[in-house]
Structures are given as structure tokens and as C-alpha cells.
Design a protein around this ligand. Sequence first.
Ligand code: SAM
Ligand code: SF4
Length: 344
Amino acid sequence: MHHADHQSVPPAGAPLIDPFGRPISYLRVSVTDRCDFRCVYCMSEHMTFLPKSEVLSLEEIDRLATAFVRRGTRRLRLTGGEPLVRRGILDLVASLGRHLKTGALDELTLTSNGSQLDRFAEPLFAAGVRRINVSLDTLDADRFAAITRWGRLPQVLDGIRAATAAGIRVKLNMVALAGVNEDEIEAMLAFAADNGHDLTLIETMPLGEIDGDRMDQYLPLSRVRERLARRFTLQDIAVRTGGPARYVRIAETGQTLGFITPLTHNFCESCNRVRLTATGQLYMCLGQDDSADLRAVIRATGDDTALDRALDEAISRKPKGHDFVIARRGAAPAVARHMSVTGG
Ligand code: SAM
Ligand code: SF4
């Protein structure tokens, strides 16, 4: 990857602040829509992926992310699809790592299925990555294969171990699925405690067409919380990340447990984030369809003045909140794009 022309320290620009006074300090970037797994709640078995010409090059991703950093982004998360299957991903991470060195960026992190972590853990650490989210829905090998279709559990566990050994903190994300892994939440808590991982539970979201019916998988986290509260003392804690996660401390173990319930509105008022797809579409809200085509802007000119204007214009359209619902059985998804397009 050639990034000589972006190598210099970016001069700071005016911070991006939306019409509701929320500073945009967190950017999630989907670096590819492709994946080596086919998780049942995320993709159909036979996905059609984007042609290469539509996907941003690594240089284009760097240019866009750097523009956000210049305008006040402090945290950058690479996701997908599976970010670690994108060819050249380490070059991109290493290049973006320069913003950590200058202090412009507080954190560079990834969300990964863990399949490639075994070989990438050390270079990721060297590039400045100190935390990573790994999706792990079950500790049972057969269930793992059933949920991910193409994934294999031992490979992911090796990846998690390698990351930890390299000095990267691993946070586990577990999608709570009715009748699939709801009986494993306590086992996962124990696994997390034993290995020094934080755990966050995610409620399923109605994103994109999949093969099954989402109603069958939908497990409200309010129910999970009630069940856990019968066994443990759950204390609300004030940690806020500007996203849809809420945290409790389990008094008996001292562990922190996160709940991501994107269908509720209780986080929109502090929303600090926007999402960039692999094709350079900027989504101002995960739950709404409005987007801005930043790829068109950067492919039209190498001058970042137009890009800065496009960022201002896009952020001026950031909505106050979303209107997700898991609709009636058999209804179309509330938002047509897959999670692997917008990035989780
Ligand atoms: N491939 C990486 C991974 O699995 O972590 C990154 C992308 S994945 C789309 C990001 C997160 O979204 C994962 O934790 C995944 O479990 C979650 N996810 C995917 N589809 C979802 C859905 N429909 N509802 C809720 N979470 C979903
Ligand atoms: Fe791939 Fe992540 Fe989607 Fe699973 S959740 S299919 S690992 S992108």
C-alpha cells in the first residue's frame, strides 16, 4: 500500500458536530462485505458479494478515515464482513496506526470473527491495536458450526488465545438467540471470567434478508437480564460509550456484562458514531436508510476540500434517532442492507 501522501500529520479541522449537538467522535468502517463464515442471523448461505470496483481501495479507506480523524474522530473501528479476510488489511491497520502515534486517535480497533487472529495477533499489536471484539456465540463446537455454517470453533479459540498472548484485550460479543444459545449465557460468563474477557450480549437486529425467519431467533435481552437477576445481583454501572451498550456489574463475580439492545431508543441521545460501508457510503444512523456517497466525492477529486464539505453536509443530516422494529412474522427486514454491509 502506498500512503506517502497521507503520511504527514493531518492539520486539525473543525470538529464534526451534528444538528443535535452530538460530536461525531467514533467511526466504524466496513473494509469488506466478504466473510469466511455464513452466520445464520447475518448472511444467507449463498451471498452475492460486491464487485471489486465498487469496494473502496485501502488507500481510499485510509483517505476517508484520515479525513474523519482530522475532523474529530477519536476512535476508529474496522469491521465488515470479516475485516481480517481483506487482502492487505495489515497494511491499512499499520498505516492508520500513525494517528495513534500523533495522539490524534485514542483507539484503533476491530470487530472480528477471530478465524484469522492466530496469525494476525502479533502484527495487529505492533500496529497499535490494544483491544479487539471477537464474536463468539457458543462454546460448543457443533453449535458453533451450526450457527456460523462455515466456521470452526477451535480455530477461533486459538485466535482469542493468540490475541491475549500478544497483549490485545479481547471483548467477546455473543448474539443471544432464542432456543439456540440462551442456555449458555452463564457458561460464557464463566469462560470470560476465567480468561479475562469482557462479555457483551447482543440482541438480534432485523438487518437484511436471511434464510430463516428472524422472529424464531429473537430473544429480548430484557428476558435474559431477568433470568440472570434471579441468580446474580446485577448493578447498573454508568459506563457509556455513546453506543447502544449498557453495562451491569455482577456483584458476585465483579464481572462487567454489556447488553446491546439496538431496538430500543435509549441510546440515541448520546450517539457519537457514524458508519462507512465498504463502498464508501456513510450511514449517519444504523437504523435508517439515509446515506451519503463519499466514494463519489473522493473518486471525483484528490482535493480534500470537497470531502470536508461532504462530511459537513452528511453530518447535518444525522437523524435524532431510529425506528427499528422486528416486525410481524414473515415481514420484510426493517432495514434492507445486511449487517455485513454496514458493519456491526
Ligand atoms: N465478521 C465480524 C464479526 O462477526 O465479528 C465483524 C462483522 S459482524 C457483522 C459484527 C457483529 O454483528 C457480530 O458480533 C455479529 O454477531 C453481529 N451481527 C450480525 N448480524 C446481526 C444481526 N442481524 N443482529 C445482531 N447482531 C448481528
Ligand atoms: Fe461473517 Fe461476522 Fe456476519 Fe458472521 S457475523 S457472517 S462472521 S460478518
